[in-house]
Design a protein around this ligand. Structure first.
Ligand code: FAD
Length: 665
């Protein structure tokens, strides 16, 4: 029992009390994708509501900031086209990336950023802090990251993007329903797989029940975490993604028969490790810290190499493509973790055999990030602009370290490379895997409208299959807001089944009923994670996966009914873990059905050891049918020509907008 358990619950309790709303477009999840979807839908004149589990001011993975605006190939400085860049990104992920949403990101990243600028965001160096820097375009004052020749990643001041977007929602008349955990998607007359009718949720403070009738629903609830590892004591409930993102959207959509793909992709990854470092809080040379100089304990510099293995002697050389390479996607990191597409699109990074050299005595640990020897503009870009705007770093890292006396022109910051792992990444056991915590992962299958197989159910942001990034969430949210509003036009509300509501209330309030042998949500989360480690870890075969299916079904039947909660917050946690269990079942089901190993999907089947056989180069799609799980496949590149599919929809979206975004002035 914690100290808080002895305090009285601070909000009025309203279990079961029901509030009803109507909306043309209902957005579930007021994160980056959600607020953008709401703004665009409202700009068409639609009546829009957001149901958000936390507080739309700062909730979600992008609520605390963004320093890189990725893949804006439509910006005036870009040396690559949206088509080139999207195809490169898809190829770099072995074909398992969402070509449609990646194209939306590459083709409208800058267009979207301009709208954000009109809302009051700082997206260019208007104060001339970096005048003359090689990553600055003097005319537009845009600052670029990574590839200074091809200029498609923009450095931005993103720490306040989220509050600005929320203000714009309010200006556009969006009904924001904060602190309500969406639990259930409602379908026409409660029929499985039928047209969407709305959604229901539970207030996380009062326990009240909320029903929103809607003609279109945009799911923007990010993706599952805590499926393989869980430690509330070591790292809280999250290391990298937003704490409220646990895959509720995946579970809700699965229950009504939506299709999902890439669910078998799980990674052995430190981002779920209880021992991870605070993101970007230790010295490293990746993402936000790119292209930082790394030195050993004696001040000896670790060499950088380009994709051809050529040693790069200056900091500036780390920011240009190699000979024979048109552009590179992203540099940095440690080459002992090679990127699948390294040769074609790989960027400069630390020399691959640094660890071996250290073991042979050529370098002495520990290593340090040494900004003191870097050009002043690069140092200020990392420590100031980037660390100041990146999510979760402004206060914990920049402010705390600065107040503690850290001066990047004088001091170095230790990196844990080779003593505990790589940069902020630590090695973990094979079974300590992540699903949605990091990277491109599995999610809802959609078409070019970003609509699922459930009529009227759309998706945006990290929830979509094969997708990631802040700018991806913004651009897909912005696009889908218009698609959903157009879909809703001229439609009536679908009928809501009272029986579905009654059954749902029984389900969501079940943990409130006292039980003699009750189970805490944390125990259940740890139990699900242990089953996943044992039976869906790095080593998989049909037998192990069958045991996993059996144990998860057993937990669903016998342990979930024992879940207990004595306040609305714990009720939310209990429902979350029940959804994590559902997501675990989806992952095991997909893993059982992929009968081949795959390097890109980090998927290894002992009983199907052939790596990436040609007939398995395809998306495996699963869906909960009325009786069984149904399986289907889509070929890589099933989305067809990118520009030909995108352009007419983007034009239709633009012409549907009746209102401009508000000018901050
Ligand atoms: C520390 C950190 C740094 C990052 N830096 C960058 C960067 O610099 N550049 C970049 O491109 N990307 C970055 N990312 C990734 C980026 O933030 C995400 O890709 C992006 O926020 C995804 O947007 P989203 O809308 O899909 O999800 P989110 O922004 O996470 O929003 C999901 C929302 O859904 C809500 N929600 C969840 N479940 C429910 C439910 N059941 N009912 C109601 N609401 C619900 C959540 O509370 C949340 O508000 C970073 C992420 C982190 C964590």
């Amino acid at each position: 029992m914690s100290h808080f358990d002895s305090l009285p619950w601070p909000y009025p309790i309203k279990y079961g009390e029901q509030t009803n709303y109507d909306a043309d477009v209902l957005v579930l999840g007021g994160g980056i994708a959600g607020v953008w979807a709401a703004i665009t839908a409202a700009r068409t004149g639609a009546r829009v509501a957001i149901m958000e589990k936390g507080d739309t001011r700062r909730s979600g993975a992008g609520g605390t900031g963004c320093d890189h605006w990725q893949w804006a190939a439509d910006n005036p400085g870009s040396g690559v086209t949206p088509n080139e860049l999207s195809n490169a990104l898809v190829a770099n992920h072995g074909g398992w990336r969402n070509g449609m949403s990646t194209y939306i990101q590459c083709a409208s990243g800058y267009e979207t950023l301009l709208e954000l600028e009109a809302m009051g965001a700082k997206v260019r160096d208007v104060d001339d802090e970096f005048a003359g820097a090689p990553f600055r375009d003097e005319k537009t004052k845009l600052l670029y990251a990574y590839d200074y020749d091809n200029r498609f990643v923009i450095r931005v001041w993103g720490a306040n993007f989220k509050p600005l977007l929320r203000m714009e929602c309010l200006r556009r008349g969006v009904q924001i329903v904060d602190r309500v955990n969406a639990t259930t998607l409602l379908t026409e007359n409660g029929r499985h797989g039928a047209r969407i009718a709305g959604a229901a949720g539970v207030n996380t403070r009062t326990g009240a029940y909320v029903v929103v009738r809607a003609k279109a629903v945009v799911l923007a609830t990010n993706r599952p975490q805590r499926v393989f590892t869980f430690s509330s004591e070591h790292r809280g409930v999250t290391a990298f993604r937003g704490a409220s993102n646990v895959g509720n959207g995946h579970a809700m959509a699965w229950r009504i028969g939506a299709e999902f793909t890439m669910m078998e992709k799980t990674i052995r990854s430190p981002f779920a490790s209880p021992y991870s470092y605070p993101p970007y809080g230790s010295g490293n040379a990746i993402n936000t810290w790119y292209p930082c100089t790394i030195v050993d304990a004696n001040g000896k510099e670790a060499p950088w190499v380009d994709v051809n293995g050529k040693v790069l002697t200056t900091v500036e050389e780390r920011c240009h493509p190699a000979e024979g390479q048109k552009f590179f996607i992203m540099g940095g990191g440690n080459a002992s973790q090679p990127h699948p597409g390294l040769k074609q699109y790989g960027g400069p990074r630390l020399i691959p055999d640094l660890e071996d050299r250290m073991m042979r005595g050529e370098f002495t640990p520990p290593f340090y990030a040494d900004m003191t020897s870097m050009p002043d503009y690069e140092r200020r870009a990392i420590w100031g602009l980037m660390v100041g705007q990146e999510g979760r770093t402004r206060i914990p890292v920049l402010q705390t370290y600065s107040e503690g006396g850290f001066d990047p022109a004088r001091d170095m910051l230790q990196t844990y490379d080779f003593i505990r792992g790589h940069g902020m990444r630590e090695p973990v056991a094979p079974q300590e895997r992540t699903f949605g915590e990091i990277g491109v992962s599995g999610g809802m299958m959609v078409d070019w409208d970003m609509m699922s197989n459930i009529p009227g159910l759309f998706g945006a942001g990290d929830l979509l299959f094969g997708a990631q990034d802040h700018s991806h969430a913004a651009t897909t949210g912005r696009y889908v807001g218009a698609r959903a509003a157009l879909h809703a036009q001229g439609k009536d509300f679908a009928g809501i089944s009272e029986e579905q509501i009654v059954r749902d209330k029984e389900r969501v309030y079940a943990p409130l009923t006292a039980k003699p042998d009750s189970l805490d949500w944390k125990e259940l989360n740890a139990g699900v994670a242990r089953v996943m480690q044992n039976y869906c870890g790095e080593v998989k075969n049909a037998e192990l996966l069958s045991l996993g299916e059996m144990w998860l079904a057993d937990i669903a039947a016998n342990e979930v009914p024992r879940l207990a909660a004595d306040n609305p917050h714990k009720l939310m946690r209990a429902l979350d873990v029940a959804d994590i269990l559902t997501c675990a079942q989806m992952i095991v089901a997909a893993s059982q059905r992929r009968k081949a190993s795959s390097s890109t999907l980090h998927f290894s089947r002992l009983d199907y050891p052939d790596l990436d056989p040609p007939d398995w180069q395809k998306f495996l799609v699963i869906r909960k049918g009325e009786t069984d799980i149904e399986t289907s496949y889509r070929p890589h590149g099933f989305w067809g020509d990118l520009e030909a599919n995108y352009a007419p929809r983007a034009a239709e979206n633009r012409s549907a907008l009746r209102h401009k975004v508000s000018s901050a002035a």
